[in-house]
Design a protein around this ligand. Structure first.
Ligand code: MN
Length: 295
């Protein structure tokens, strides 16, 4: 199933170019916290999957996807965990820009991005106004956690995956000679975590380590790799993260980027496409206001 969150955090089931609104099936109390609907639905999926399928297959009117504003398919995950340096070829290209000194996700573990930096396919990426810094795209497969848990063994880990989405890990790159700002800050500017266009449930992606992962800017291919080349696979990432902090339903895990990372500039259009998972394009703008603390 492909799930979308749209307009005022409504939930829809996507069928090609249309979707069917199933928000009315969820408890009314969630209307008080609409951004939490998807976390709640994921946590209660076993009770709701059948009803949602039924409503989507008969009864609900179709709405053109083009007529709605797509938000991130989980707009408010409890956490965004992210793997650094998780494709071997990407390690080589970071060179002087890397503070990891050749260490991979296996040694470094994970970092956090601010959940507030998430936007959906209907949004745009906004760079800080008038900045001279380099801002990069990183094309990543996002794992959406279903059942939570602590100390999940890698052999059980895939049972905790609810689904997948496309994620662009926007990054302010460290320049040689510039200050080495913390990674969390460099990757948490508002809009620096586009997620979408949909959440594709795990049953539709039987082998998440064999997916073509591509990103282009203005139609020019920048990244074209396969998730088979991840250094630390999804099950081991879940084992690692859950050994530090319990995973929660709706958590997002960004699985790292392959080679081909490059700059985003104002006026660009960036497109991410992951096999079986989806494709979305976002325009790159700059913020309207000058910040009091320039970057
Ligand atoms: Mn990344």
């Amino acid at each position: 199933m492909k799930l979308a969150v749209f307009d005022d955090y409504r939930i829809g089931v996507v069928d090609e170019r249309v979707l069917r609104d199933v928000t009315g099936l969820l408890p009314k109390e969630l209307d008080l916290f609409p951004a939490q609907r998807m976390n709640w639905l994921i946590a209660n999926w076993a009770d709701y999957e059948g009803r949602i399928l039924e409503r989507a297959s008969n009864g609900a009117a179709t709405i053109a996807v083009a007529a709605v504003t797509l938000l991130a398919p989980n707009p408010a995950p409890p956490h965004i965990f992210a793997a650094p340096a998780n494709y071997r070829k990407h390690l080589n290209e970071l060179g002087a820009r890397s503070v990891s000194k050749g260490r991979t996700a296996r040694e470094q573990g994970f970092f956090l991005k601010a959940p507030g930096s998430i936007v959906g396919a209907g949004a745009r990426i906004e760079l800080p106004r008038d900045s001279l810094r380099r801002f990069d795209h990183e094309s990543e497969l996002a794992v959406i956690v279903g059942r939570g848990g602590r100390n999940i063994h890698r052999d059980d880990a895939m049972k905790h995956v609810f689904g997948y989405s496309c994620l662009i890990d926007g990054t302010m790159r460290i320049e040689p000679g510039s200050g080495e700002e913390e990674r969390t800050m460099r990757k948490s500017f508002a809009s620096f975590t586009p997620l979408g266009p949909y959440l594709v449930t795990a049953d539709e992606v039987p082998e998440p380590h064999g997916l073509r992962n591509r990103l282009s800017v203005n139609g020019e291919t920048r990244q074209d790799a396969n998730t088979v080349d991840m250094i630390v696979g999804i099950a081991e990432l879940i084992e690692l993260i859950s050994s530090v902090l319990p995973l929660s339903p709706g958590d997002v895990i960004a699985t790292g980027t392959p080679e081909g990372v490059g700059p985003l500039n104002v006026g660009d259009e960036v497109t991410i496409e992951i096999e079986r998972v989806g494709r979305m394009s976002l325009a790159v703008h700059q913020t309207d206001a000058v910040s009091p603390r320039p970057f």
